[in-house]
Design a protein around this ligand. Structure first.
Ligand code: F6R
Length: 240
């Protein structure tokens, strides 16, 4: 694991973008594994800025996203497809047909999981961007998820639903399930770029880097991947 500690979120995002820029220039048809959440937003802003300056081109890339809520249409402003369109895709020249987010708006989520697992077999990520949950989760793979899991349905924990209720009209509107890439799918990526900031991530960062490789901390499996870069701000690195 290569660990880079930065002064703040701005520097973290710029360093993450340097890695992304290098990949995009070296391999214009790269497959990018992408994440939602607040952690990669600064990276995406830098990627858009590079595109606007003519430094990077997205016309030949493909993307695969980590996860999606079950039951939300793509047009719902809390769906992860909406997030990706809003924070990256609509601002660069990516071919939308080559952007993949699990489809949560389906009557058969189990079939969608099989389809997505198969899709990933032919779209191996050159880089997989990850955020880190305060409990060590990656994607929606919560503590206890088997390390050999592929894309699967997750029942959201009550506290996760309550945390997210502020984005919905009421708790009843918060999805009960999500589809997530599994840990085995994440580990197939040729390289991993994990970004984490803030003191609320410090314990999880410690467990991921220094703890035992254990399913109770899903991110600890990254110790066994041969090409991982972790970019932290000082606060997230404070317990290392
Ligand atoms: C996002 C995802 C999650 C987040 C994690 C951190 O697609 O799968 O694992 O990366 O929950 O979220 P933030 O970045 O909002 O702190």
């Amino acid at each position: 694991m290569k660990i880079i500690i930065t002064e703040n979120y701005q520097e973290l995002s710029a360093r993450a973008n340097e890695i992304m820029r290098k990949l995009l220039i070296e391999k214009p048809n790269a497959v990018l594994g992408l994440a939602t959440g607040s952690s990669p937003v600064g990276l995406y802003k830098n990627m858009i800025a590079d595109y606007e300056k003519g430094i990077t081109d997205y016309s030949r890339i493909s993307t695969v996203n980590l996860d999606e809520y079950v039951g939300l249409p793509e047009t719902h402003d809390q769906s992860y497809r909406y997030f990706m369109n809003d924070n990256l895709f609509l601002h660069v020249n990516v071919d939308m047909d080559k952007t993949a987010v699990p489809c949560g708006n389906t009557s058969d989520p189990a079939k969608e999981c099989e389809r997505y697992t198969d899709y990933l077999k032919t779209h191996r990520q050159d880089v997989q961007v990850l955020g880190l949950g305060g409990n060590g989760h990656i994607g929606f793979n919560e503590p206890g998820t088997p390390f050999d899991s592929h894309t699967h349905i997750v029942e959201l924990k009550e506290n996760t639903r309550r945390d997210n209720a502020r984005f919905f009209p009421s708790l009843d509107n918060v999805p009960t399930h999500a589809i997530t890439m599994g840990i085995a799918d994440i580990m197939e990526a040729k390289s991993i770029l994990l970004v984490a900031s803030g003191t609320n991530k410090a314990d999880a960062v410690y467990a991921m880097v220094k703890g035992a490789v254990d399913e109770n901390c899903p991110a600890s499996i990254l110790q066994r991947h041969e090409n991982v870069t972790v970019i932290l701000d000082k606060a997230a690195a404070s317990k290392l």
